[in-house]
Write a protein that binds this ligand. Structure first.
Ligand code: NAD
Ligand code: 89V
Length: 341
């Protein structure tokens, strides 16, 4: 059984802690948070009594097979580098870092220490999105020439995550990052990108609408669009809507997790909804199920020695798209994403 510790017992870590209880072959034996109340609260809720208010003390006091970092961005680099200095394999929440330079230094530190590193980039692990990936990979709709990955909502994310309202950057860095990762997962790497952003909600600092046009190495074109300023008849949060056109057919993942696949033999429609895990709470259940899936993937990779799908190395390519999108929005230019080597 792999022994893990979790650092950062805040809003989202609760999902990670629930999911760790369901992961086969791993368990969380210690917790760390510099906020004593949150630390004690999570310890009581999840029956974990080895509690640390300082990450250095955690590494000094525990024998760990991995550490799961669920803090916000400013602490990611120091904590990942601390894990690397102790040669402890590390998972870090998205966004890995605020700059490509920091992200590259973090992945280099883990590589130099010879430890596996995974970014908790969970959206691609959602059941309906994995299903879209499998249909494309099967060849059923032929060669993909166009796609769209879309997330439009008016959900109040700021009540649970108040820091999202205060940063200079918002939707691309926090949510677009998931959409860009899904676009890479489904349509492959990106050669060229153009983005437009705007802020509709006057109460926040960063952009809450983004539209990004991607040119993929395969020749496919895709659109990633996201908004937290879009009021709809039925609030879709946190659903990702996906459209894919291929040479032999199409895939439509519509709101309500309705999957429609059309190929040369006709149209198939089915319900692609995620499972409602016993601890999950709609509308978050699609995300919560993906947390279990990515954490099980990590445990399996640690056991078998495989590189995780969203390893630090892989995630630099998603972060390069985030960086390119902001540069394009600022300058109006089409940008070639440049992931660090
Ligand atoms: P939060 O502010 O609610 O929780 C962060 C916790 O980390 C706090 O309790 C804080 O005291 C603790 N912390 C910060 N620095 C620390 C340090 N150096 N040592 C020990 N503890 C420290 O934040 P959150 O909303 O839970 O977000 C955490 C991360 O999860 C962010 O990076 C966010 O983008 C990400 N997130 C991911 C998803 C997803 O689906 N993947 C969803 C929501 C949030
Ligand atoms: O997944 C996330 O990173 C979250 C949310 C879905 C609310 O944008 O911040």
């Amino acid at each position: 059984m792999l022994r893990g510790a979790l650092i950062g017992c805040g809003f989202f870590a609760v999902n990670q802690l629930h999911a760790w209880r369901d992961v086969a072959g791993a368990r969380i034996v210690a917790l760390c948070d510099r906020d004593g109340e949150r630390l004690q609260g999570a310890g009581r809720r999840f029956g974990i009594d080895r509690l640390y208010d300082d990450a250095a003390a955690l590494f000094a006091g525990e024998r760990l097979d991995f550490v799961d970092i669920a803090t916000t961005v400013p602490s990611h680099r120091p904590l990942v580098e601390l894990a690397a200095r102790h040669s402890v394999p590390v998972i870090c929440q998205k966004p890995l870092a605020a700059t490509l330079e920091d992200a590259a230094a973090m992945t280099a530190a883990c590589a130099a220490a010879g430890i596996p590193m995974m970014v908790h980039e969970n959206f691609r692990w959602q059941t309906p999105i994995q299903a879209v990936g499998r249909i494309i990979a099967s060849g059923r709709i032929g060669e993909v020439f166009w796609g769209r990955v879309s997330f439009r909502s008016a959900y109040d994310v700021f009540s649970g995550q108040p820091y999202l309202a205060t940063g200079e950057r918002f939707i691309i860095e926090d949510l677009g990052i998931h959409m860009l990762d899904i676009a890479r997962f489904l349509f492959g790497e990106v050669d060229r990108l153009t983005a437009r952003t705007r802020r509709v909600n006057p109460a926040i600092r960063g952009e809450d609408v983004a539209t990004i046009l991607l040119g993929h190495s395969s020749g496919a074109t895709s659109i990633v669009d996201c908004s937290y300023a879009t009021r709809l008849e039925t609030e879709p949060f946190p659903e990702t809507v996906i459209e894919v056109d291929g040479s032999h057919g199409t895939i439509r993942l519509q709101q309500g997790y309705r999957m429609i696949v059309t190929d040369r033999s006709g149209t198939e429609r089915y319900d692609a909804a995620p499972r409602l895990l016993p601890w999950a709470e709609p509308p978050w259940h699609a995300i919560q199920e993906s947390v279990l899936a990515i954490q099980q993937h990590w445990a399996d990779c640690l056991r078998t020695g495989h590189e995780p799908a969203t390893s630090g190395r892989d995630n630099l390519k998603t972060l390069a798209l985030v960086d390119a999108a902001y540069r394009s929005a600022e300058t109006g230019w089409a940008i070639t994403p440049e992931p660090p080597a």
